[in-house]
Design a protein around this ligand. Structure first.
Ligand code: KG4
Ligand code: ZN
Length: 358
């Protein structure tokens, strides 16, 4: 089956065509991502109103390009999927309404996808990972361990009690005067830095906790930066390196704990740990997680960086998995600013759902 996927929940206008074979394997036929980076860079963060307008202007062209690059037309599609939340509501509305229009005009089933489910299922598209697996979702808005037990069956094992990991990277970058978006800028700066010059706290929230707390670390980074001001390139590199190393260590410790809990709960002794979301593109965190997984006999799967950050292929794939399971949404599917993965992502029977096209 061929699915068009549309993603507009933040600052990427994206559309992709993904094929799902009868045996459950996926192939990306096109994946067009238009970043609004330049529109938001002067403000040091995403401005919701600018994002929504930019999605309106770009989306039609991006959808047309995704079809052209896949070498197909609307008539070849078996369904259309769009992010219905969580995210910036103006942007979500643009993508979801476009998808509804396409579904209506071309008589296609609509799948209203939870953006987080898109991240969660990407490893099944890229690496054919089987259920169940442990997911560490680390993006600009989310930081959580999720037991992925099946399609629509997500159990949250831990989350952040304050900032998301990507947010912590973005704030650290801002403090250090680095470019937006912060994650890649901090990673670049950290390469030349000495991670041991500044001692930063490692909040672990007790021996067994799978939750994260990053606000204390953020404060410590600010104090280190203020103490060293005015900052030289060397100072910036050293603070960035200390921050990144501390985060990588915290994440690795938590991942080992989470893998132990996952194994205990599921009985899976050599589990797969999947990392998804924008921060999964960070190589220091990846290396630290790989070592943590290997130490307990688990396998780490990190999708390619371009599929870790927001894209249309992940939405198309989640749509394809849902469609294959007979899960379709009505044209009344709401856009949601908030939509937790564990509670409401479970398929809701009777809410405008009807049988999927074969
Ligand atoms: O998943 P994503 O593209 O959008 C959300 O759904 O949030 O994640 C974006 C976040 C941003 O906070 C960005 O700074 C962070 O991911 N990020 C990184 C890296 N690349 C992106 N953080 C650390 N290292 C990176 N290389
Ligand atoms: Zn995302």
């Amino acid at each position: 089956m061929l699915i068009l996927g549309i993603e507009t929940s933040c600052d990427e206008t994206a559309a992709a065509v993904v094929a799902r074979d009868a045996d459950g394997r996926g192939r990306i036929l096109s994946n067009v991502v238009h970043s609004q980076l330049e529109d938001h860079a002067p403000f040091g963060g995403v401005v919701p109103e600018i994002a929504a307008r930019a999605h309106v202007e770009a989306l039609d062209g991006i959808v047309a390009r995704s079809l052209a690059e896949a070498g197909i037309g609307f008539a070849d599609l078996d369904g259309v999927a769009a992010t219905a939340g969580p995210g910036l509501i103006g942007g979500v509305l643009v993508g979801l309404m476009s998808a509804k229009g396409i579904a209506l005009v071309h008589g296609l089933p609509l799948v209203a996808v939870n953006h987080l489910e898109g991240h969660a299922l990407t490893a099944r598209l890229t690496d054919g990972v089987e259920f169940p697996y442990l997911l560490l979702l680390v993006s600009g808005g989310h930081t959580q361990f999720v037991a992925v037990e099946g399609l629509g069956r997500y159990r949250r094992l831990g989350t952040t009690i304050d900032d998301a990991l990507g947010e912590a990277f973005d704030k650290t970058a801002k403090l250090l005067g680095l470019a937006y978006p912060g994650g890649p800028a901090v990673e670049r700066a950290a390469r030349a830095g000495d991670a041991n010059r500044f001692a930063l706290p490692r909040p672990l929230l007790g021996r067994d906790s799978l939750d994260f707390s990053l606000s204390g670390l953020k404060t410590a980074v600010r104090q280190a930066a203020q103490a060293a001001a005015p900052l030289t390139d060397r100072d910036v590199a050293d603070v960035a390196a200390a921050f990144q190393a501390t985060v990588a260590e915290i994440v690795a410790i938590k991942a080992r704990r989470a893998l132990a809990v996952f194994t205990k709960q599921t009985g899976v002794t050599a589990p797969v740990l999947v990392v998804a979301g924008g921060v999964a593109a960070n190589q220091a965190i990846g290396a630290s997680l790989r070592a943590a997984a290997a130490a307990v006999g688990a396998r780490l799967v990190v999708p390619p960086a371009g599929l870790c950050t927001d894209n249309g292929a992940m939405i198309a794939w989640a749509g394809a998995e849902r469609l294959a399971a007979g899960l379709v949404d009505g044209l009344d599917a709401p856009a949601r600013a908030r939509w937790p993965l564990d509670a409401d992502a479970v398929p809701k029977l009777g809410s405008g759902q009807h049988g999927a096209k074969a």
